[in-house]
Design a protein around this ligand. Structure first.
Ligand SMILES: NC(=O)c1ccc[n+]([C@@H]2O[C@H](COP(=O)([O-])OP(=O)(O)OC[C@H]3O[C@@H](n4cnc5c(N)ncnc54)[C@H](OP(=O)(O)O)[C@@H]3O)[C@@H](O)[C@H]2O)c1
Length: 324
């Protein structure tokens, strides 16, 4: 049996319960991983509150990112070893002391990457990687807008953009978060709780606008995120921390021959070659010191509900990890 955090139904953080759950033997192509650190992500709240469809018939163990050690391997896994340190990101199942999952999702960890850093960076760092290199490949000299710049994905993206010579404009709620984002690569940070970010972006860019907007806030930032785009600009909607954006119409894109996309990390990570290459890039960025992973909140695994309360109340910055 292992301690896990499971929810019987959708709801607020109170539906998260500490449970003892059986741990199966790994089957063909599977691995049993003993977790050392588990990442907390906004997507966990979407599954918990029912915004995303409940993916199982029974109780749902949340958590989409973790690092640990391989304790057992099922038949047919040739490229991994028992005792190896690994990390992964797949939807759900990570809020547990240990679990069984398909081995194809596991990435071996270099010595330079600690368990906590890996658990804090797999989902968020690979998201920054695909957003900036795959969904909308940025070029040196570009100016882009990245919302929620002081968050988990935001702090990693700011550093990655700066390392590529991109002028990143961030948004964040409150002066402390703005200062933190500035210290993580953003050239300008707008406090979108007290300032009109559309007017400020126009001011910063000399009315030209940005070539891309990376928007994970949704309701509160749409349609301003489209308004600040220059001709041929790209609107990348990758989350909805404030609630789903409504009212989007294709006709909105005609203003500047704009394009819009709604990408999802797991469509990229499903390709193992991409996963290994992108993780390699991420670990190299961390190992070289170009990206520092800010683990600004740690909770015992049993207190996962507290972590959700903090995340949803906008009280966190950077990454949050649960320690089993
Ligand atoms: N599509 C994908 O592949 C993918 C992958 C990873 C993450 N995401 C999305 O990226 C976003 C960031 O994820 P994360 O885990 O790193 O979270 P996070 O950015 O650390 O936390 C969310 C942040 O959103 C901001 N926010 C704005 N309005 C909010 C509201 N009404 N309620 C709560 N927060 C609000 C808050 O920052 P301020 O206080 O500064 O406003 C908050 O700290 C999430 O929307 C997530 O779903 C998408």
């Amino acid at each position: 049996m292992v301690l896990a955090i499971a929810a019987e139904r959708t709801g607020g953080p109170e539906v998260l319960r500490v449970r003892d759950l059986p741990l199966p033997e790994p089957g063909a192509g599977e691995a049993l991983v003993r977790h050392r650190a588990i990442g907390v992500n906004f997507i966990d709240t979407y599954f918990r509150n029912g915004l995303y469809p409940w993916p199982v018939e029974r109780d749902l163990v949340l958590g989409s990112e973790a690092a640990g050690v391989i304790e057992a391997l099922g038949p047919g896994v040739d490229d991994l070893e028992v005792g190896q340190r690994v990390a992964y990101t797949i939807p759900n199942g990570a809020y547990a002391e240990a679990r069984v999952l398909e081995a194809r999702h596991l990435v071996p960890l270099p010595d330079a990457i600690s368990d906590e850093v890996a658990a804090a960076a797999m989902l968020k760092g690979l998201t920054a990687r695909y957003l900036l290199h795959d969904t909308h490949p940025v070029q040196k000299g570009d100016t882009v807008l990245f919302h929620a710049a002081a968050g988990g994905v935001g702090l990693i993206a700011g550093q990655w953009l700066a390392s590529m010579g991109v002028q990143a404009i961030g948004t964040a709620g409150g002066p402390e978060k703005c200062a933190l984002a500035r210290a993580h690569g953003y050239a300008h940070v707008i406090d979108y709780r007290s300032e009109d970010f559309v007017a400020r972006v126009r001011e910063i860019t000399g009315a030209r606008g940005v070539s891309a907007t990376y928007d994970s806030v949704g309701r509160d930032t749409y349609p301003g995120s489209l308004e600040v785009l220059q001709t041929f600009g790209h609107f990348i909607s990758f989350g909805q921390s404030s609630g789903p954006a409504s009212g989007f119409s294709l006709a909105d894109l005609a203003r500047g021959s704009l394009s819009a996309t709604r990408p999802v990390l797991f469509h990229y990570t499903d390709n193992r070659a991409w996963l290994l290459k992108a993780a390699d890039d991420l670990f190299a960025m961390i190992g070289s010191g170009k990206i520092r992973i800010a683990i600004n909140q740690r909770f015992p695994l049993a207190d996962a509900a507290e972590a959700h309360r903090a995340l949803e109340a906008r009280k966190t910055t950077g990454s949050t990890v649960l320690i089993p």
